[in-house]
Design a protein around this ligand. Structure first.
Ligand code: FAD
Length: 106
């Protein structure tokens, strides 16, 4: 249904934007806030079959919050997991910051 797609696009925009503005060198509190946020996001995401699979992904792939780069790459990998599941093209995670923070250079 289209609302799952609109919700998804909007949510990925929020999630990647959060990693793009996450500190380069986060404090322990900032790191634990990011982990808590992702854990609650996984529980509250209002597409329940999506949320179940996302929680499962997080159980297998612990969220990496030790730096902006680590968090951004982790989010890109999480998004690629969903892309694979839906038969979409995988995104080149070496370019996540170009897409979500600094802007494309082309
Ligand atoms: P989106 O996948 O929404 O991507 C938006 C933009 O992000 C793309 O145009 C591209 O520029 C960029 N992008 C793409 N891949 C990456 C990446 N790996 N890293 C960084 N940037 C990237 N839908 C379902 O039908 N079933 C599900 O189980 C499901 N689970 C989801 C779980 C979560 C946590 C979220 C947030 C969404 C989920 N969705 C699910 C929605 C799905 O991921 C898409 O958002 C939706 O299908 C719309 O896809 P889209 O092609 O418009 O682009």
């Amino acid at each position: 249904p289209p609302d799952v797609e609109l919700l998804g696009r909007s949510s990925w925009t929020l999630l990647h934007s959060i990693t793009a503005t996450y500190p380069v060198a986060p404090s322990p509190t900032q790191q634990s806030d990011a982990k808590t946020f992702m854990s609650l996001f996984g529980k509250l995401y209002p597409c329940w079959v999506c949320a179940e699979d996302f929680q499962d992904f997080m159980a297998r792939n612990r969220v990496r919050t030790e730096s902006r780069q680590a968090f951004g790459e982790w989010m890109c990998e999480a998004h690629n997991e969903v892309n694979r599941k839906l038969g979409k093209r995988e995104f080149d995670c070496s370019r996540w910051e170009e897409r979500w923070r600094t802007g494309w250079r082309d």
